[in-house]
Design a protein around this ligand. Structure first.
Ligand SMILES: Cc1ncc(COP(=O)(O)O)c(C=O)c1O
Length: 440
């Protein structure tokens, strides 16, 4: 049924990360979706250039996932996982461990990326305590990092507008510098050449705070939400080595880079780096039912399972950890990824994708283009005294012409579903090029 909303029907919903009044004056409402497209209420077809919100990796309303959710809803609606269980949660965990990078043999379930981050940060603190290193309590993030919106994630996050409304946040947090360097690396194809040494900024924080006080470092392998900052060649390996040297846990936040976005199952695979924990969400259920995951190596899990067998191992969890519907959706999603080879498909598309995205060079106001896997980003020179306006107006124009992109600051990010074809990539860039040519 096509529900028509009247203008004032939009008032009640306080929309997240949105300019509510501006949106409600000129709403963009999506009514249905199939494969690589959305359809608006008035029947317009919109090419999904951003996989919903970086989550619909297998495309929209895929039959196996729809069927798994429908079946589960009728069979077992809810069962908890505190001192109880249901088979689908265990099945989903085993299936996830099978595609996780080497050494990750346990999964903790949450309901979102933000909750996965909180869980990983708390596990890091509890791990060191369990190991007799209770002074290791500091958490290190990175400038321009995004780790969701809960207190821990906001604190280790490094995007200033996300932080400044909310006071002092969690104590004992510090940040290493971000890796974005337009002067040296603009228009890099894939990983930029310059900046591996920025990882040494962690040594600065070790010198300042002492390693005996630092529990963990959390970074996104590719910092996507802040506008796609791709790590310089060798940077992540160097960060890993410094963490190892000082017994600091390394957490990769793979809420976006997980589940095939870079052309490998996880970013850890792509960069050949082996963190201690990996956080995920979004693509785990193809965006259908909220679910988050924290992948753990056995040395982390086993730090909690040495006490008496009847003792609770970790005083942490959510009512909906491993929810039956989410678990069923994850299994249907993994079936789809595996049957269609989607966890590595971005690697096949990447050369063509790179060629098309870099062909935008020279269009008005474009000051940088970046790409990795099936991700692209175009950065615009800001309009003086009107930051973000230039990219925002292009985002609106793209939508009017039938293309959904993601705008953040003066950057537009592109990350279509991994099922996209080359001719759809052509359509995407044809629309985008036309918008960039005509916009002022
Ligand atoms: C790297 C990263 N971490 C955490 C999150 C938060 O996830 P959620 O919005 O599901 O809480 C996101 C969301 O975009 C993300 O990109």
């Amino acid at each position: 049924m096509n529900v028509q909303l009247k203008t004032n029907d939009l008032e009640a919903f306080f929309m997240p990360f949105s300019a509510n009044r501006q949106f409600k004056k000129a709403p963009r409402l999506l009514a249905s979706a199939k494969d690589t497209h959305y359809f608006t209420q008035d029947g317009r077809k919109i090419l999904d250039g951003t996989s919903g919100l970086w989550c619909v990796n297998a495309g929209h309303c895929r039959p196996r996932i729809v069927e798994a959710i429908q079946k589960q809803a009728a069979e077992l609606d809810f069962a908890g996982t505190f001192q109880m269980g249901h088979p689908k949660a265990f099945e989903a965990a085993s299936r996830l461990v099978n595609i996780a990078p080497k050494g990750f043999d346990h999964v903790f379930f949450t309901n979102s990326g933000s909750e996965s981050v909180e869980t990983a940060l708390k596990i890091a603190l509890a791990y060191h305590r369990a190991k007799g290193n209770a002074s290791k309590v500091r958490l290190i993030g990175r400038e321009r990092g995004y780790h969701g919106v809960n207190f821990g994630g906001t604190s280790v996050g490094g995007i200033s507008p996300n932080r400044k409304m909310f006071g002092t946040l969690v104590a004992g947090v510090d940040h290493i510098r971000h890796t974005h360097d337009l002067a040296k690396n603009a228009f890099s194809k894939g990983e930029p050449e310059h900046g591996a040494d920025l990882a040494d900024d962690l040594e600065r924080l070790v010198a300042l705070h002492d390693a005996s006080t630092i529990a963990a470092v959390i970074v996104e392998p590719v910092a996507c939400s802040t506008g796609v900052l791709i790590p310089p060649k060798g940077y992540l390996k160097r960060l890993e080595a410094i963490c190892r040297k000082h017994d600091i846990l390394l957490i990769f936040d793979e809420v976006i880079t997980g589940f095939g976005r870079l052309g490998t199952p996880f970013g850890a695979d792509y960069f050949d780096v082996s963190p201690d924990m990996i956080t995920g969400a979004k693509g785990v259920t193809n965006g259908t039912i909220p679910m988050g995951v924290v992948f753990l190596k056995s040395h982390i899990y086993e730090a909690f399972t040495t006490g008496p067998e009847n003792a609770i191992d970790l005083f942490h969890g959510y009512t909906y950890s491993g929810h039956p519907m989410a678990a069923a959706a994850a299994i249907g999603t993994l079936d789809t990824y595996q049957e269609e080879g989607l966890l590595t498909r971005a690697a096949q598309l990447a050369p063509y994708w790179q060629e098309r995205v870099h062909a935008l060079k020279g269009l008005p106001h474009v000051i940088d283009i970046r790409n990795i896997g099936l991700i692209g980003a175009i950065e615009f020179a800001p309009i003086p005294d009107a930051p973000a306006q230039r990219a925002y107006s292009r985002f609106v124009k793209c939508f009017e012409r039938g293309l959904l992109v993601r705008q953040t600051g003066d950057i537009i990010a592109l990350s279509p579903p991994l099922i996209i074809t080359e001719s759809e990539i052509d359509q995407l860039f044809d629309i985008f090029t036309a918008v960039l040519k005509e916009a002022d």
